[in-house]
Design a protein around this ligand. Structure first.
Ligand code: NAD
Length: 793
């Protein structure tokens, strides 16, 4: 089969979804034409221009770096339809109205190349119905492509085939969406609202039903249905506000109109109070009022008893919290189901009704149970899908309890559980997940793209992934390989909580690198996110309390040796980064021979936040970068290059994507950005192999680095004086920032002195230990450990 290439994408509709889908394509280096209707007055592209401006203001940011917007061109259906011929993939994301979509299809069809793909982002309209609007010749390359909001961050894309969709095309599109855009695909059937929204919205309706039945408060229910049961912090009602109450109404309306035979049909309507909110324009977050609202600094919640808002509390009663924190799911569920407490009964009821709903509908809405579970994880942020939750809690016991409730009229519908439920012990097995439509186990997809995911997200009960072979380990790290991938590329993983870097990690890293130099061809520093949250501050606090500053100085020296061992190892070390890479984690990344970064990498030298400066070689690396850049520039002055890194370090700026990490100098333009985090290890291993094969040589330790010295420090201080006078920084911020400037400028030496790398390391280490002795630094560290937030003192 020939290569599948998407050179250009067109997105039709520059609304909430269209603009953000365009942004994500631009993140992935795919140029985009973003279309909307021609504006009635002003410039013809005014609607799209406004959407593009809006992209830069959205939080969380759809653009992984602001400059990506330059790869999106505005277009309109009045003058630019010819340009559609340039596009290999066209994604329609206009308003959710069948007639409007069909009108548009008729208008654009003559300009679509027969080999292009046309896909609709509809949330719930019939894909087969929409395909009717396409000329017969284009129907083979038409399908549904259902992104979730916000599309950069929500991993799920549902792909929906029609009767005529070419199977090979869909496979290629699935592979492209996975690797290029980093999305996680579930194949959905052409049923209303597809998989995730069908179950997710039912779950919201079930929560609403039982909230009303038991007379609970919305904030109380959000306390119960958030992280305590493995769901996002926004839980249920806050999520509804974020999604938009009108959007929710729309999706529920689709279920009401299109699923007349669903046994739960009577429940497919929104409660009156919610309809009243919509009627008065309180649509949630976008209108600043919905189920919740903010009054000054106070979050308030609607209270149905008074019809007015009151301060939101959301506390969970301790007895229920204790139950939910029980590790054993079997015990947890049996306690919930048997409890007399209102809150426990509520929780049992919402789980029961969703389990019931999923069991009855598995056959018609999804290929198999794994697809429902993964869709709920990827589309709604649930830690576990409904089937795996059920299976973990003892399948047969739960099935009996559900049936008993159905028989006694306690469940939301009377329909019995399907017979297969009682014939099985669960739905997920090592051999695959149950398909109710075919009464067989369905294994994972065999598409080659999934060979790139060495540790795909697994559902409970699946065969465990290959753990590889351990070569060596200590308390802090494990050095291992995946012989099926490459027996001579070591994988170095930290074992510590959040992968914080303490003594045992440093010892382990030094030993592992030495072993790799002796026995292997390369190393990948990899573990699941986060990459590393920085130094183990608990150990630092203990040592400070005991006044062991000499010991701390030795630990910092070891840290520096660890960084230098990564950089100067005789075999290439590739850092494979996802999630947070902060402080020492960032320094290890900077010292590696090469970085492969998941797009969602959050990288920064955040030491200033705890009253410190980077001293694991981070300041030194920026001084070296300035030296290298200045050598290429006329005049050779290093200071202009110090300035940006000084600001970055002094403000503890964190890159909010891999692309920003490159812009800020934590990574290099030649590093790899990987869009699907599960492909990171695969790419890392191959990158290490490629470096080894191309005759890798570590860089030489620099002996003559030109540094900015005293003038540089003085110029940084000028900036600080202004900031202090403006009240932007405290006097202690000033002290910390000056220390950072001093390290970056190579210490109090003559301007343009030439110093060795080791000299700069010695300077940053001395400044670091001096700051550690300061009470205010110790207060900052203690505060951060307690609250997770920085202290401005
Ligand atoms: P939106 O209202 O933000 O944007 C719709 C866009 O369509 C607007 O830019 C508008 O100018 C354009 N438009 C309206 N009528 C048109 C017409 N007759 N012809 C051409 N263009 C027209 O909507 P949205 O939330 O971005 O949703 C777009 C699509 O994506 C819908 O099918 C929706 O169901 C689906 N969707 C939405 C979400 C979500 O959370 N908002 C999630 C997944 C899928």
């Amino acid at each position: 089969m020939s290569n599948f290439i998407i050179r250009k994408v067109a997105v039709l509709g520059a609304g909430v979804m269209g603009a953000q889908i365009a942004a994500h394509c631009a993140n992935a280096d795919v140029p985009v034409l973003l279309f909307d209707l021609p504006a009635k007055d002003g410039k013809p592209n005014a609607i799209v221009d406004k959407a593009l401006a809006g992209l830069k203001k959205l939080d969380p940011a759809p653009l992984a770096a602001k400059d990506r917007a330059a790869f999106i061109d505005a277009a309109n259906y009045g003058s630019d339809l010819e340009k559609l011929r340039e596009c290999d993939l066209i994604i329609e994301a206009i308003a959710e109205k069948m007639e409007w979509k069909l009108d548009l299809y008729a208008k654009v069809a003559p300009f679509i190349r027969p080999d292009a793909i046309f896909a609709s982002n509809t949330s719930g309209l019939s894909i087969n119905g929409l395909a009717e609007g396409m000329p017969a010749a284009l129907r083979g390359r038409f399908c549904g492509i259902h992104f979730f909001n916000p599309p950069r961050y929500m991993s799920l894309v549902e792909l929906i085939a029609t009767r005529d969709t070419e199977a090979a095309m869909l496979d290629q599109l699935e592979s492209w969406l996975t690797t290029r855009l980093g999305k996680s695909i579930v194949r959905a059937k052409d049923t209303p609202n597809f998989v995730a929204n069908r179950v997710g919205v039912f779950s919201i309706l079930a929560v609403m039903h039982h909230t009303a039945r038991l007379g609970l408060g919305f904030d109380e229910v959000d306390g119960l249905t958030g992280p305590l049961i493995g769901r996002p912090k926004s839980a249920t009602y806050r999520t509804a506000d974020v999604v938009g109450l009108d959007t929710l109404a729309h999706v529920v309306g689709t279920m009401q109109a299109t699923l007349p035979d669903d046994p739960w049909h009577v429940h497919f309507r929104l409660p009156e109070w919610l309809q009243a909110l919509i009627a008065k324009g309180a649509l949630g977050q976008k209108t600043r009022a919905g189920i919740y609202r903010k009054e000054g600094k106070q979050i308030q919640v609607l209270d149905l008893k008074t019809g007015d808002y009151r301060p939101s509390a959301g506390d969970v009663i301790p007895a229920v919290e204790t139950m939910l924190k029980i590790d054993d799911p079997v015990e947890r569920f049996s306690l919930l189901a048997a409890s007399e407490l209102l809150e426990a009964q509520f929780l049992w009821a919402i789980f029961r009704d969703v389990f019931h709903y999923c069991a009855v509908h598995l056959g018609d809405i999804a290929d198999n149970a794994r697809d429902i579970d993964l869709a709920m994880r990827w589309g709604f942020g649930w830690a576990q899908g409904p089937f795996e939750t059920w299976q973990a809690a003892d399948w047969s016991e739960i099935a009996k309890a559900i049936q008993l409730d159905i028989d006694h009229g306690r469940a939301m519908a009377k329909v019995p559980l399907p017979a297969w439920v009682f014939e099985r012990k669960g739905v997920h097995e090592p051999g695959g997940s149950y398909s109710a439509a075919t009464a067989t186990l369905k294994p994972r997809s065999t598409l080659p793209v999934y060979k790139r995911q060495l540790y795909p997200e697994q559902v409970l009960g699946e065969a465990p992934s290959d753990r590889g072979e351990t070569l060596w380990e200590n308390e802090g790290v494990r050095l291992w390989t995946r012989p099926d991938q490459d027996a001579r590329i070591g994988i170095l993983s930290f074992k510590s909580k959040q992968h914080a870097i303490g003594d045992e990690v440093l010892d382990g890293l030094l030993e592992a690198v030495a072993r790799a130099e002796r026995d292997l061809d390369g190393v990948v520093l990899w573990h699941p996110a986060p990459f590393a949250v920085g130094a183990n501050l608990h150990q630092v606090v203990e040592a400070c309390k005991a006044g062991q500053f000499d010991m701390l100085e030795r630990t910092v020296a070891k840290f520096q040796r660890a960084s230098m061992s990564l950089k100067h190892a005789q075999v290439p070390v590739v850092a494979a980064i996802q999630g947070m890479a902060l402080g020492g984690g960032c320094e290890f990344a900077m010292h590696s021979a090469h970085r492969v970064l998941a797009l969602e990498s959050y990288v920064g030298l955040v030491e200033a936040g705890v009253g410190l400066i980077p001293a694991g070689g981070g300041s030194k690396e920026f001084a070296l970068q300035a030296h290298t850049l200045a050598q290429k520039a006329a005049g050779g002055d290093v200071f202009p290059y110090i300035q940006q890194s000084f600001q970055t370090i002094a403000m503890a700026t964190v890159a909010k994507s891999a692309l920003e990490a490159v812009q800020l100098g934590f990574a290099k333009p030649s590093d790899d950005v990987v869009f699907h985090p599960q492909e990171l290890l695969y790419v890392g291993i191959r990158r290490a192999r490629a470096l080894a094969e191309s005759g890798y040589r570590p860089p030489l330790v620099q002996r003559a680095v030109t540094v900015a010295g005293r003038n540089g420090i003085a110029t940084c201080e000028l900036m600080l004086v202004n900031m202090a006078e403006g009240g932007f920084i405290s006097s202690y911020d000033y002290k910390v920032a000056k220390a950072a400037a001093t390290a970056l400028c190579g210490g109090e030496v003559e301007t343009n002195s030439r110093v060795s790398e080791q000299w700069i390391l010695d300077v940053e280490r001395a400044l670091f230990v001096d700051l550690l002795r300061q009470e205010k630094t110790q207060q900052r560290i203690a505060h951060t450990l307690e609250t997770g937030k920085p202290l401005r003192n």
